[in-house]
Design a protein around this ligand. Structure first.
Ligand SMILES: *Cc1c(COP(=O)(O)O)cnc(C)c1O
Length: 473
């Protein structure tokens, strides 16, 4: 094998891998020690041998988790859209950084184009946006913007001697909020976890009480994040009462739509799940989750503050790298970013956007919700299974009933692990009000009603086996 024909050789293997994705099991399961022994990563290097290189690739593919397989139901993303995979391949071959126009002219224009389209779709006027490395970082950038909004000197003098800044989130909010509070000098103790109602939505009355208490104690409520689709339950925090509280308290209102924000792509679902989104201060949406763009693909949007990213991100002497357009317009997206090198994420999203269009994406999200409804119906019909809480949107939190004398939690863990080890399927788990649930998410284009039936059949089979032969301690 030579460098000259390496793409030919590679593409054959990738094509085969891609064709087989939905066949058989989602993985060849091995414990780390076994896999280490198989892979033999410490074989000699430095031989410059393309045949040997291709053998490494084959090995990688052989033991990779086939995330597009319908048995893979574990995470908020699965597989990837073929247009975006093509985008990723082109991105890799052209290898550049999307921080300056001069190194990434087409991707810069594509990113600006996509952001304008999405700002318009969401209804943010005079806004600005950015493709970031995911919603965890998007949440942090937004919290940083809110911090600077509440305390303009924080960028230069830090938080020394400043009033105590306090942030508020749904108690089921994503853990990236805690990290953001830790990184930004807010401190996790200043991240108030607000109680939820019985749907898992942030309780506006509990938020109001917490806001009043913080103000009485001399704190500054600077940031509230609504979650649009909580990670475990899929609850949507209600924006209307939160917007009313923003009028009174003057905080920044962010919407973390990493998962459930995808509803914005369907008029019908937007009306149902995201009313008044256009009035929020910022919004993050992961295209790499329900929408299937290759990892990582995030869009972060700001309302009404065209200069905010430049204001918070620019620091130090950047003159060696960034140029302004003749009209003073920003042409280097790196000036508005926390990174220096930026991976090109725009091409893959652009190709997806052109290939499926808004309507295609909207139909997909609606179809997923339909499948969730179907799965819920089936779970309710099967007497071995029960919903741990009713479905709010796209997430199904359920479990298999344990046999007498076994705790539901222990049984859920044993069932999940056995499913994985026997290569029957990989499903997530999460705690709802202290109870461990299997969390089924439909976010895979290869999952249809038949795949859901197969998955549930496998759960019943595994449950029967475990009950017949309880796990040895
Ligand atoms: C997935 C998720 C995140 C984190 O997003 P990444 O892109 O994985 O960093 C944040 N918030 C919510 C609600 C999520 O579901």
């Amino acid at each position: 094998m030579e460098a000259d024909n390496i793409f030919h050789e590679l593409l054959q293997r990738l094509e085969q891998y891609h064709r087989d994705l939905t066949e058989g099991s989602f993985v060849r399961y091995h414990e780390p020690e076994e896999l280490k022994a198989i892979l033999r990563l410490d074989r000699p290097e430095g031989r410059g041998d393309w045949t040997e290189l291709m053998a490494w690739v084959e090995q990688y593919l052989a033991y990779a988790v086939k995330t597009a397989n319908p048995g893979y139901l574990n995470r908020m993303w699965a597989g990837a859209n073929l247009p975006s995979i093509i985008g990723e391949m082109v991105t890799a071959v052209t290898n550049t950084s999307a921080c300056t126009y001069e190194t990434a002219p087409v991707s810069t224009l594509m990113e600006q184009y996509l952001l304008r389209e999405l700002l318009e779709l969401v209804g943010f006027s005079h806004g600005v946006g950015q493709m970031t490395t995911g919603s965890s970082n998007a949440n942090m950038i937004v919290m940083m913007a809110a911090r600077n909004n509440a305390c303009a000197q924080s960028k230069t003098v830090g938080l020394f001697g400043q009033a105590r800044l306090v942030a508020f989130v749904n108690r089921d909010a994503h853990y990236s909020m805690d990290r953001a509070a830790a990184i930004l000098g807010i401190g996790t103790e200043q991240l108030i976890k607000v109680a939820t109602d019985d749907h898992g939505r942030m309780d506006p009355q509990a938020l109001e009480q917490a806001l009043l208490r913080v103000e009485q104690e001399g704190g500054v409520p600077f940031f509230v994040a609504a979650t649009a689709g909580t990670t475990v339950r899929g609850a949507y925090d209600p924006l209307e009462p939160l917007l009313a509280l923003r009028e009174r308290f003057g905080f920044w209102l962010h919407v973390d739509g990493a998962w459930g924000g995808a509803a914005v792509l369907s008029d019908r679902l937007r009306t149902r799940f995201l009313p008044l989104l256009e009035q929020a201060d910022s919004f993050t949406l992961d295209f790499h989750k329900m929408l299937g763009t290759a990892l990582m693909c995030n869009v972060l949007l700001f309302n009404n503050r065209p200069d905010i990213l430049r204001d918070i991100c620019s620091a130090g002497d950047e003159s060696y790298i960034f140029r302004q357009g003749a009209d003073g317009e920003i042409r280097d997206l790196g000036t508005q970013s926390l990174q220096c090198g930026r991976r090109v994420d725009a091409l893959k999203l652009f190709l997806d956007w052109k290939f499926y269009g808004l309507e295609g994406f909207g139909r997909r999200v609606e179809g997923y919700l339909e499948l969730c409804r179907y799965a819920e119906q089936r779970i309710l019909e099967l007497e071995e299974l029960e919903m741990v809480v009713p479905r709010e949107s796209f997430n199904l939190c359920f479990r298999h009933l344990p046999p007498p004398g076994v705790s539901a939690e222990e049984f859920t863990i044993a069932l999940r692990n056995r499913m994985q080890q026997l290569e029957r399927g990989l499903v997530g788990t999460g705690y709802v009000d202290g109870q461990l649930a299997l969390r089924l998410l439909v976010t895979n284009q290869n999952v249809d009603q038949g795949a859901i039936d197969t998955f549930l059949d496998n759960i019943l089979l595994t449950g029967r086996e475990l009950i017949a032969q309880p796990p040895a301690e």
